[in-house]
Design a protein around this ligand. Sequence first.
Ligand code: SF4
Length: 610
Amino acid sequence: MSHSLLSVRKLSTWFESGRGRLHAVDEISFDIARGETFALLGESGSGKSLTALSIMRLLPATAGVSGEVWLEGQDLLALPERDMRSVRGGRIAMIFQEPMTSLNAVLPVGVQISEALRCHHGITARAAQTRAIELLDAVGIAEPQRRYHDFPHQLSGGMKQRVMIAIALAGEPELLIADEPTTALDVTIQAQILELLRKLQKDTGMALLLITHDLGVVSEMAARVAVMYAGQMVEQASRTDLFAEPRHPYTQKLFESVPTLGKRGTRLAVIQGRVPPLTQVFTGCRFAPRCEFAWQTCHERTPELLTVRSHTAVRCHLHDARYQASAPAQPTRPEPLAEQTTATAVGEELLTVSDLKVYFPIEQGIFKRVVGYVRAVDGVSLSICAGRTLALVGESGSGKTTVGKSILQLLRPTAGSVRFSGTELTQLRGAKLRARRADFQIIFQDPYSSLNPRMIVADIIEEGMVAQGVGKSAQERTARIAQVLEQVGLSAETGQRYPHEFSGGQRQRISIARALAVRPKLLVCDEPTSALDVSVQAQTLNLLKELQRELGIAYLFITHNIAVVEYLADEVAVMHQGKIVEQGSAAEVLRNAQHPYTKTLLQAVPKIAG
Ligand code: SF4
């Protein structure tokens, strides 16, 4: 591609660590043309963000970099730092996942944009202010004159990301690097930001390097895609080709592990094992220990990134004519067939919530006079039967987590009734409530913060059992701990290790084991997979389904992820501003939404299509 705006050639990045050299990015090459959107797709630890930081030369001093990064005839890796500073924020700008950490909390947002303008164009303060207001308008912020003076904390997450984009636009970049720009945002806000990026590209002709783990975002935005695994590029293709026919076994698994409506009742595909440590010296293919097709050649010879058709390249011996004769025709270690998981029978009504209200007082003045109430939950009614899953769907701030906590009496409701197996929980206090707690447990989004890092896993699980009086003797409890660890797919020995020794997905299994140990009838799952990579999410969802089938547990599944709802839920309740706006069977609500808010929510979900 001779007319590339950016040409990356054999870019490698490494760090020296106590365990040897860590090869975070290994000989990555790609081109981006003017106005084009190129996506780097990969799970955590694949090296995609470090590729972007290497291009921008924003790495810590301990990092080593080799290769070439050409920006129209200029090798950025060879530029003196002084010249590189004018490229950063000028010809190339970057936006990150979490806008709050990139904005200065003590400066009005307009001033931050003006500073960027003055820095790049050397214009007067007055001219910079006028242009900053124009930029705020261009990124879709209403009343830009007034918002100019707002501080970051006065803006919502979506508005802060718009401000970051305005700052990035100040230098009139030819290339914008967007690192997971919408991952921290709600789905409707994500749709607005993606639309804004598309519009700005059309208006200004800037190219976009989009870094994401989300196949839906890639599908909606990218013209071409590179898939990264363990620091290497394993596949590169046009979006249409990649989505029509993913060729690398890893890419294929990524597609198969995404939950969808069509996969209901089946197990999701999972990628066995973990990403190898990048301090390892590799012989052969890095994906071989996890690949179902791996044969001897894969363990002995390192695959090259081979062009298999114009604009499509794959790093896999299956696509290399030299080795195809010896390649197995079928997977050598096929994953167990995706069996139909039979639906659990609808049991008796377990939980009935009626007209639940949770109001938080708004206090003012030194006497903390109550001047009003925030109606976080405002008249919510729902019910769950034994062995069923109700998904409570909504965006951040809709009140869904507050509903979950007030059902479990972790937060006392202001009014309303919560009946669990015939008992009114809102009336229970002290020992009586504690005695019922074993029946309803909760698992959280971030398992790490809910597991005590100073305790071994067995003690963490036992602590809950002792509190609930489950297991009469230490021996009985030890046996139960081994049993629940096995149930969640971990061996009994893992009980002797500390939480930090596990991956994110394994830690979520430990949280599930801890909840299971006290034999709950209802599990409140608060965004349990949103911090996990898609392949690990698939393992967790499979596990939750299997446990429900075996043990008949009911789930209140709190989520903003519609794909998970489609795959898992029997019933759906959609929350907006503290109220349930629509409720019904998953099929009814998702296929034939009636409420305008549900329709907006469903429309905003990026669709995976070629
Ligand atoms: Fe699998 Fe072998 Fe291809 Fe690697 S080279 S992805 S192990 S088939």
